[in-house]
Each structure stands twice: as structure tokens, then as C-alpha cells.
Ligand binder design. Structure first.
Ligand SMILES: *Cc1c(COP(=O)(O)O)cnc(C)c1O
Length: 383
């Protein structure tokens, strides 16, 4: 175990549980993304939903990334953090009228439209506002991302995107709409994808769809592949920066871009997961007859991924160096699902030891809730 990456003295002063973000690691990660996308002229929009902490958002915006939003609240957060409206795209199956109005008022880059019903509403609202909304069609490519069922989005049975069989009808209707301007197509097949063959399947599907759109006489100026690149939750120290090189190279190898076309990505998790940890305090060690439990002051209200997605987080006792023992690491919430890990090896846990849940920068703080009337976790930064 690597000790010493956390400022323990400082942590001792802080009320637990809290999120701690290593901004140097985030900056290094952003540098790698910028270098790899720069090789091919690709454009990266950070997916705000992975982590909308204002400090994180401002750093990402300062690095010149665009933003991918899935709600009006996220559009506001992105604008407040300094992302230019011209670099904001807006996806989501259930955009409310007021969210569409907000997007049009701010002249965001593009609405990624997920159904014919939504396209009709956007066209109507834009007409009422005497405006034209840029749109891309989010297509459900029916590609299996081989990831957890709750974060698979690109299969026909999922609620996201327009199924390919419906495209001719949607395109036909779109031609009659005066207040939407077609800019391109969009995909997002799921999250925590570690099997690169899913992205290869997506590239092949995108090439076929480009041919189909050529047949409609529609120009795809923007080809957006969404996000989904997974991170290594088992090795947060050694593999702290995901393999962006291989990821972008596999698109560069397979996608056949059209002249003047801009290729976009919307990575969220892979950008921010490894820079964040949830730091909590051990309240009790409870010895059962067959197990012992390390009971933390953090629960699924602070980090819901293990309860919701059966997700693994590497857990460390960052203040103890006693011999290794086996614990079920649990929180205080009154639900049996409030378990961070079973049969976890930790240096012997004593009351008031600090325990870190690593790789918690994505879908951690932002999903915190107030269930059991708990306070939301605070956040602190490396500098
Ligand atoms: C969630 C989401 C993303 C980001 O996914 P990650 O797995 O975090 O990279 C990108 N695009 C859309 C449309 C999304 O909903």
C-alpha cells in the first residue's frame, strides 16, 4: 500500500466524511487528454454530471474544454464555471420546456435530440422565440458496452437515443421543421467501459450511419461519440491516468471522417474519477460471530456507487499500519445495502482511524443525498 499521498495532519483538523481532490493529478489528466485529442484535432466536452464541484469545473474550463450537459442546472453550472455557451452541448431524454428555453436563450452549441417528440418541441419553442436551434440526433446504435446493466445506454431496450430503424421517418419529419438546424449525430453507449471492442463496434456503426446520412443528402458537421471510457478502480495509484492514447487512437484508426467534419467526445468519469477520494473516520469495529465490521461515518449518502452499481472502490486505512485484517466496510445508513466492500483487507482498524475510498472523483460527491437527514459532504483540495 502506498501511504503518504494524503496530508494526514490537515485531515485530522477536518470534519469527516469529506471529499478530497488532488488537483495536480486532475491537471496532469487534462494535459494528457488535451495532448491526445490534439493529435487528431478532436474536441473534448467534459461531462458535467460526473462531478460538478465548482473548483473542478473551473479548472477544466480554464483548460479549454467544452461541456456536455444533461439538465438546465448543468448548463447553469457550466456557464458559471466559465465554459463558453458556444462549447456546450445538451443531451438527455427528458428535456423540460424551461431547459430548452434556457439552452436557446444562451445559444448553446447543440441540442442532442433523443426522440421525434423532443425534436418537435424544440422546433416549436425555437419558433416561438424566433430562433433556430442547432440540433444533433442522438442515435442508439444498438452496441453492447459490456458494462453494468445500470450504466448501459446504447442497446435498443434502453431509453436513450433514436433507434436506427426509426431514422428515415425522423429525418423526413425534420426536413419540414424550419427552426432546427441539423448539425450532426451523437452517440453515448454507456459508462465504465473497459472493453475496447465496444468502441470499435461503435466506430463501425458510425461509418455505416454516415453513409446513410449521405444518402439523405444531410451533411454531418459534428460527429459526437459521447463518453464512457472506464477507469481502473483496483489500481488507483499505478493507473491513475486512463489510457487515453489507446482510446483516441482506436477512433482515429477506424472512423472515416468527412471533409471539414469535427469529431467530438464527452468524457466524464475518466477525467475526474482518480483525482478524488472520500475520506471518512472509523467509528467502531464491530465483531460479529463470523465477520468483523469496520463501521465508517461515511455511508451511501456520500458515495452511492457500491450500493447502486455494485461498484468496487479501493479502500485504505490511511492512519493505521497494524497487521492486515479482513473487514466488511459499512456505513451508518439504515439500509442493508450501505456496504462499501466485503472481505476487505485493511491495516488493523481502530476507532478514529481515517479510511479513504479511492477513485471517488466521478459520480461520487455529485450523487450525494440527504437521506437520514445527513449533511452533504464538504470538499477540500490539494492546493
Ligand atoms: C454520462 C454521459 C457522458 C459521460 O460518460 P462517462 O462514462 O462519465 O465518460 C457523456 N455523454 C452523455 C450524453 C452522458 O449522458
Amino acid at each position: 500500500m502506498i501511504k503518504g499521498i494524503f496530508p494526514i495532519e490537515r485531515f485530522r483538523e477536518l470534519q469527516t466524511p469529506f471529499y478530497y481532490y488532488d488537483l495536480e493529478l486532475l491537471q496532469k489528466t487534462l494535459d494528457v487528454v488535451a495532448a491526445e485529442t490534439g493529435k487528431y484535432g478532436y474536441r473534448q466536452h467534459y461531462a458535467i454530471k460526473a462531478n460538478a464541484n465548482p473548483v473542478i469545473l473551473e479548472l477544466i474550463a480554464r483548460n479549454g474544454f467544452g461541456a456536455d450537459c444533461v439538465s438546465g442546472g448543468e448548463i447553469r453550472a457550466a456557464l458559471a464555471a466559465g465554459f463558453p455557451a458556444s462549447e456546450i452541448v445538451f443531451a438527455g431524454v427528458g428535456k423540460a420546456d424551461r431547459e430548452i428555453i434556457l439552452g436557446i436563450e444562451n445559444s448553446i452549441a447543440c441540442f442532442n435530440v433523443e426522440s421525434l417528440a423532443e425534436l418537435e418541441v424544440i422546433n416549436g419553442i425555437a419558433a416561438d422565440m424566433n430562433r433556430t436551434a442547432n440540433i444533433a440526433l442522438r442515435i442508439n446504435p444498438n452496441v453492447d458496452a459490456h458494462t453494468h446493466a445500470k450504466i448501459t445506454t446504447g442497446l435498443q431496450e434502453n431509453k436513450f437515443g433514436i433507434n436506427t430503424g426509426l431514422l428515415p421517418g425522423v429525418v423526413g419529419e425534420m426536413r419540414g421543421m424550419k427552426n432546427v438546424a441539423f448539425k450532426g449525430i451523437h452517440f453515448h453507449i454507456g459508462s465504465q467501459i473497459t472493453d475496447m471492442s465496444a468502441f470499435r463496434d461503435l466506430c463501425i456503426k458510425a461509418n455505416e450511419l454516415q453513409d446513410e446520412f449521405d444518402g439523405y443528402g444531410l451533411k454531418i458537421e459534428s460527429l459526437n461519440f459521447g463518453g464512457g471510457l472506464g477507469v481502473d478502480y483496483y489500481h488507483p495509484n499505478h493507473l491513475c491516468i486512463p489510457d487515453f492514447e489507446n482510446y483516441f487512437a482506436s477512433f482515429a484508426k477506424l472512423v472515416k471522417p468527412r471533409e471539414g467534419q469535427q469529431i467530438h467526445f464527452e468524457l466524464g468519469r475518466s477525467v475526474v474519477a482518480q483525482c478524488g477520494s472520500l475520506v471518512s473516520k472509523a467509528l467502531y469495529v464491530k465483531k460479529g460471530e463470523t465477520k468483523q465490521f469496520a463501521i465508517l461515518d461515511a455511508g451511501f449518502t456520500d458515495l452511492i456507487r457500491p450500493a447502486m452499481y455494485d461498484a468496487h472502490h479501493h479502500i485504505e486505512n490511511i492512519t493505521g499500519d497494524g497487521e492486515m485484517q479482513t473487514y466488511d466496510v459499512v456505513g451508518p445508513i439504515c439500509e442493508s445495502s450501505d456496504v462499501f466492500g466485503r472481505d476487505v483487507s485493511l491495516n488493523e482498524v481502530r476507532r478514529n482511524d481515517l479510511v479513504a475510498l479511492r477513485s471517488a472523483g466521478a459520480y461520487g460527491e455529485i450523487m450525494a443525498s440527504r437521506y437520514n437527514c445527513r449533511a452533504l459532504p464538504e470538499s477540500y483540495f490539494s492546493n
